[in-house]
Write a protein that binds this ligand. Structure first.
Ligand code: F0G
Length: 459
């Protein structure tokens, strides 16, 4: 018999949720311009907008907050964080930032020059934004299977080495700023890269002096899939696999709001002291002094504790990914089209397959996220053509192959019964999907438009 993924913690404090009526939710989504980012959280019952900054901290993390050293320079809490990053990720040089995009900003400005190319495995919104903002061009070199929601490839986050080599051959190694390698690729559905692929990419790049920079935001979840799926790693601990991953890179940006179990924070970590020196020079201009960057002393204390907790036992990540799988399996069982295999941080609904009557220009995923909210107060997020934005050169929509609604599970926050409520609501909406109308923009921001765009139903 298989054994349950049940949580290795119990609940000590609760936060009441607001319950709303369908009429209230219809008003709320209209007022929010059919964009779930613009809803007030008071109008949301189960909030699956993101797993970012939404984790529940442990009692140890809450007590760590009280130990925060708020010295402007040389705070004790900073050195604790340096030690935690060094022990758990294996990088010696730490540049603390206010969150992931702060680290992306600094890295992109330092390594990318106008006309440079940045190959990567799919893209993340803020990551690509900073790469383009620095004058680079992002080129997607993820394997084809990543763009196929129903492919059962176990490592859909892998980089296609032939695609990478073609980009390097076309532009020359010296025009490649770095390879941007995301672990557990968010936009692909939380899909991992294999350790073999990470090693191959690093070997290929090292021979050509091309740096490999990880987006290690969800590297722990990636490590879990390596342990479960990649031959030879079934007996390794998550902590050891994580160090094996980072060993094959020159540095990483991390949004600590995910794996690291805190509500705010992030960092850039590198091996090269000279690159770190340049990064610190930027840090003091854009974030804060080099021993706190974008964080308060107490935030660094809680983060150091979170980094250690996330790998202290394998039970944590097993139950975290297990809960995501539980929701995913419930939907698969009913026949709701979702990205498979179920990813590490959320269940991604295939809006293109659920709403075949809507063309992609009618924003099916945006409309589906709004419909699920109206049904139950469950809030998900569009991850399709709206998130992909426009090509800065031509002004045309980027047209991603994936048109998804992401139901992202916060860590240590919701219970199995919440997951049941979510599954029931998605199934209800799926059964009446033909009633869902398409949307059109009433306001389209020029940058990262998905955050603040407003829509109305197409009349
Ligand atoms: N990289 C990845 C893979 C991310 O998922 C995120 C954020 C970032 C970088 C940026 O980090 O938010 O701390 O500045 N993802 C959030 C999400 C916003 O909802 O997926 P940040």
């Amino acid at each position: 018999m298989t054994r349950s993924w049940a949580e290795p913690w119990k609940i000590k404090m609760v936060e009441p949720l607001s319950m709303t009526t369908r009429d209230q939710r219809e008003d709320a989504i209209r007022d929010a311009g059919y964009n779930t980012f613009l809803l007030r959280s008071d109008d949301v019952y189960i909030d699956l907008l993101t797993d970012s900054g939404t984790s529940a901290m442990s009692d140890r993390q809450w007590s760590a907050l009280m130990l925060g050293d708020e010295a402007y320079a040389g705070a004790r809490s900073f050195y604790k964080l340096v030690e935690a990053v060094s022990d758990v990720y294996g990088y010696e040089e730490l540049i603390p930032t206010h969150q992931g995009r702060g680290a992306e900003h600094i890295l992109s400005q330092l390594l990318i020059g106008p006309g440079d190319v940045v190959p990567g495995n799919m893209y993340f919104t803020t990551t690509r934004y900073h790469q383009e903002h620095a004058g680079g061009t992002f080129v997607d070199v993820i394997i084809d299977e990543a763009h196929d929601p129903s492919s059962m490839h176990p490592f859909k986050g892998n980089i296609d080495l032939d695609k990478l080599a073609a980009v390097v051959d076309e532009h020359g190694a010296d025009r490649i700023a770095y390879v941007s390698f995301e672990t557990n690729v968010n936009m692909a559905g939380g899909q991992p890269a294999s350790l073999a692929n990470i090693k191959d990419v690093y070997a290929y790049c090292s021979e050509r002096d091309i740096p490999v920079m990880l987006d290690a935001t969800r590297a722990v979840e990636n490590a879990y899939f390596i342990q479960q799926r990649e031959a030879g790693h079934e007996n390794s601990s998550i902590a050891d696999i994580l160090l094996e991953i980072t060993k094959h890179s020159d540095g990483a940006t991390v949004s600590s709001k995910k794996d690291n179990l805190v509500n705010i924070g992030g960092f850039l970590a590198v091996r090269d002291p000279e690159l770190a020196r340049r990064a610190r020079a930027m840090l003091v201009a854009f974030e804060g002094l080099h021993t706190y960057g974008g964080m308060a002393g107490r935030d660094m204390e809680a983060l150091a504790e979170g980094i250690r907790e996330m790998v202290a036992t394998d039970d944590h990540v097993r139950s975290r990914v297990g809960q995501v799988g539980y929701l995913g399996e419930a939907l698969v069982k009913y026949g709701v089209p979702v990205v498979t295999p179920i990813g590490g941080h959320g269940v991604f609904l295939d809006a293109a397959a659920i709403l075949p009557h809507l063309p992609q220009e009618a924003f099916p995923a945006q409309a589906l996220a709004a419909a699920i909210y109206v049904d139950s107060g469950v809030r998900g997020m569009e991850r399709g053509i709206v998130s992909a934005g426009r090509d800065p050169e031509t002004g045309d929509h980027h047209v991603p192959k994936l048109e998804l609604v992401r139901l992202t599970i916060p860590r240590r926050v919701y219970t199995q019964s919440h997951m049941d409520v979510v599954a029931e609501s998605v199934i209800e909406v799926y059964d009446h999907a033909e009633d869902i109308q398409g949307l059109e923009f009433t306001y389209e921001p020029p940058e990262l438009r998905f955050f603040q765009a407003r829509f109305q139903p197409i009349s």
